[in-house]
Design a protein around this ligand. Structure first.
Ligand code: DQA
Length: 157
């Protein structure tokens, strides 16, 4: 079974495509998920792509990340700017994290300039729409290749 990259999406991202398209674009979350699965497969990873409108559910998914989850890409949406608990869960599981936003949060209201996730993220991609997820996958794959799974069995004698 290939190693997995978990891609988590927070509240209201299920509405992509019809939610403020001038801000978030016309691509649906299903379309982004399909593109991520294809890109993940090409990079040699299984993609576990999820969305929830509930903070606790996102936290439980992070806490129960299987040992085969090597990295986490997260667009926490509104929880980015409010959730200490989500950031704590990410910190607790100790997997590399890349933060993604469709919109350029730094060009928007000042409350969107604060992220509880950025301090623990290896990197942040914002403002590039759905393609930000693909770029995050490329970056995660390089990150994981640079620091192989410490739990992996060496095949060399
Ligand atoms: C978002 C930006 C957040 O500020 C907002 O609350 C979202 C989406 C983005 O992808 O641009 O819901 O994370």
């Amino acid at each position: 079974m290939p190693a997995t990259i978990l891609i988590l999406n927070g509240p209201n991202l299920n509405l992509l495509g019809r939610r403020e398209p001038t801000v978030y674009g016309h691509e649906t979350l299903d379309e982004i998920a399909a593109a991520c699965r294809a890109r993940g497969e090409a990079l040699g990873y299984a993609i576990d792509f999820r969305q929830s409108n509930h903070e606790g559910e996102l936290i439980e998914w992070i806490q129960t990340a299987h040992t085969d989850v090597r990295g986490i890409i997260i667009n926490a949406a509104g929880y980015t700017h409010t959730s200490v608990a989500l950031a704590d869960a990410l910190r607790a599981v100790g997997r590399p994290v890349i933060e993604v936003h469709l919109s350029n949060v730094f060009a928007r209201e000042s409350f969107r300039h604060t992220s509880y996730i950025s301090p623990i993220a290896a990197g942040v991609i914002a403002g590039l729409g759905g393609q930000g997820y693909g770029l995050a996958l490329e970056a995660m794959s390089r990150l994981l290749n640079a620091s192989p799974d410490p739990g992996a069995q060496s095949t060399t004698p």
